[in-house]
Design a protein around this ligand. Structure first.
Ligand SMILES: [Zn+2]
Length: 178
């Protein structure tokens, strides 16, 4: 090993003993699943992002308060979780704006991020999001745990969520998956 490589290896070993990642839990609030998840996150002393759907917040207004009170970040994940491509521009605006209003009313501070359903982004989505003074959440690297596929077992979700993870990776989960 050359001196430079040795030095680089030393620096990386000392400066990066662990990797920093972010966890995102989509499609909540889901009472019943949220409570054990919040307990686990508290036990592990980590904070995550919950991306909430306006319709779900309407049905379960207490759960977002519990999530926010525990110190987790909350993102806007649309009003109905419709595919943007199925919506005209006014409907798309409503998807973003009404969720923003409902989530803000439920938890207090307005979400800063819009996390698009199905990660579908086009110019109309960008316009609707900008109109609400939101930013589209844009991970530098996203790893899907595949928990949204009921055929994918827990052991594979664990493997996907912990393999080939680099610094700054966002790992995607869903609150409805038990
Ligand atoms: Zn979703």
């Amino acid at each position: 090993m050359t001196a430079l490589l040795a030095l680089t290896a030393t620096v990386f070993t000392q400066a990066s003993p662990t990797k920093r990642v972010a966890l995102v839990f989509d499609d909540g609030p889901r009472p019943g699943n949220a409570e054990p998840l919040l307990a686990l996150l508290a036990q592990e002393k980590i904070h995550v992002t919950f991306s909430l759907v306006g319709d779900r917040v309407n049905e379960n207004p207490a759960t977002p308060k519990t999530i926010a009170a525990a110190g987790h970040e909350i993102a806007n994940h649309s009003q109905t979780h419709a595919h943007p491509r199925d919506l005209d521009a006014p409907a798309l605006d409503r998807e973003v704006a009404s969720a923003q209003r409902i989530i803000t009313a439920a938890v207090g501070p307005a979400p800063k991020w819009y996390w698009p359903p199905y990660i579908e982004v086009d110019d109309r989505v960008r316009t609707a999001v900008a109109r609400e003074n939101l930013a589209i959440y844009t991970p530098r690297r996203l790893v899907a745990s595949m928990d949204y596929d009921p055929k994918v077992p827990a052991v594979e979700i664990l493997y996907r969520a912990t393999t080939d993870i680099s610094e700054g990776t966002v790992i995607l989960f869903h609150e409805w998956r038990s």
